[in-house]
Ligand binder design. Structure first.
Ligand SMILES: [Zn+2]
Length: 434
């Protein structure tokens, strides 16, 4: 049993739209109200900690339940709070508690104030129901879904909670539903052959190329919308502050930003679904460091326009859902520098060399397909090394017997890589998802 997340767009009428905005506003107010109070308390504690030479600032904040008592008292002072569900304040305080807990265990920074219009959202608990064409929420009542008749939502289903959020001028509801998944264990897979492993090379020109030679286009959404973005940005900055026209221009600009994000999301989902749908047993991808890559100014915007991080995260959970094991190749593995036919390493390969000929065996290679193939080999080698039986999967395919040159090379390339990994003193990291 696993919980699967859903995020569906809502079709609100005018009064619901107002109420949603109010609820998000109340939620934000509760969060900022308590955060503001706690800052002075934290500063006082910090001063005490310094005075007594403590290496940790003591937490005397109490819990969200304590805070909620003050929040209830505030309701008589500020009657507009009652216009929205009681959950808005309650859940916001819970979020703040989590934010502080994360801060005190050094998992994240000091909680920040929420800003109006940025990530507006609120969470509701209690009698939350979802059906194929509507969602029923406390205080808001039945709200129609923009897209209806989801097969998974047949019949009315009680949820423990749901979050309503705004992106640009659209509202969404997100929730979790339990689902059974069948995930095979890597150890139970008896033999893995080349065809069971899919190497995926992520790139800028094309979003991804697989070891099977399949290519996925990069929509380069940001680059295509750059002119429009610049024009609308200018429009926003020229309007008078606080005016209605400024607000209109901001909405127009944020719609373009949303469009760019939507195009990116769409291509990422198409790519990852298609990779998982071919049902390989293992997928091998590179560990790209977009932060390092974007230091190259010529590449920066293109790298960020390719959303590598999102591909990785999406692939991670989709693999877990479909029982595919995901291997992240170590960042130093030069997947594009080896010849995938003979294993010769070409150290002088430039980023601009899209196609090249191996000086050792004379094979003409496409840079990206070659890299994807090498990732596939790496996966085979890594599984071989980590297989619990210790039996070499490479030899189990009969490479020694039939003398298949490529498999022979595989073992050679892999063992030469083993040397290299050792010399770099990196522990190999096999990520067995889930
Ligand atoms: Zn070669």
């Amino acid at each position: 049993m696993k919980m699967r997340g859903y995020r569906l767009e809502l079709k609100l009428n005018q009064s619901q739209r107002v109420l949603c905005a109010k609820s998000a506003g109340t939620s934000r107010f509760a969060y900022n109200w308590k955060l503001d109070k706690l800052i002075s308390e934290y500063e006082a504690n910090k001063a005490l900690a310094i005075m007594y030479g403590l290496n940790k600032v003591p937490s005397t904040f109490g819990s969200a339940i304590d805070w909620h008592k003050d929040w209830v008292l505030l309701k008589t002072e500020l009657p507009w709070i009652r216009e929205t569900s009681k959950c808005c304040g309650q859940e916001a305080l819970r979020d703040l508690e989590v934010a502080f807990k994360r801060f005190f265990i050094n998992k994240s920074g000091y909680p920040k104030f929420k800003k109006r219009g940025q990530r507006d959202s609120f969470r509701l608990t209690g009698s939350v129901y979802i059906a194929s064409d509507y969602v029923q929420l406390p205080n808001l009542g039945k709200i129609r879904l923009k897209e209806r008749n989801y097969p998974i939502l047949e019949g009315k289903c009680l949820l423990s909670q749901a979050t309503v959020s705004r992106q640009c001028d659209r509202w969404y509801v997100s929730f979790l539903l339990p689902e059974t998944v069948d995930v095979p264990d890597l150890a139970s897979i008896e033999s893995i052959e080349e065809c069971d492993i899919l190497g995926v090379d992520l790139g800028i020109k094309e979003l991804a190329i697989t070891s099977e030679g399949e290519t996925f286009e990069n929509p380069k959404a940001y680059k295509k919308h750059l002119v429009k973005l610049k024009r609308y940005q200018r429009m926003v900055s020229r309007r008078v502050k606080g005016s209605k026209n400024k607000q209109k221009a901001i909405t127009k600009l944020s719609r373009i930003h949303k469009r760019v994000a939507d195009i990116r999301n769409d291509s990422v989902h198409k790519l990852t679904t298609s990779l998982v749908k071919t049902k390989p047993k293992v997928i091998v991808i590179e560990t790209l460091k977009p932060k390092n890559m974007s230091k190259n100014h010529k590449l920066a915007s293109a790298v960020l326009d390719s959303s590598f991080g999102k591909i990785k995260d999406t692939l991670k959970y989709k693999c877990a859902w479909n029982g595919v094991h995901l291997i992240m190749a170590p960042a130093f593995y030069a997947s594009s520098k080896y010849c995938s036919v003979c294993g010769h390493k070409h150290n002088d390969l430039k980023l601009s060399d899209r196609e090249w000929t191996c000086s050792y065996c004379g094979t003409h290679l496409d840079r990206d397909v070659n890299a994807a193939k090498n990732l596939q080999y790496l996966g085979l080698w890594m599984i071989d090394k980590h297989s619990p039986s210790g039996e070499s999967t490479v030899s189990s395919t009969g490479s020694d017997a039939c003398g298949d040159e490529r498999l022979q090379f595989l073992t050679e390339q892999c063992s030469s890589m083993k040397q290299e990994f050792k010399s770099q003193n990196h522990a190999l990291h096999l990520e067995c998802e889930p």
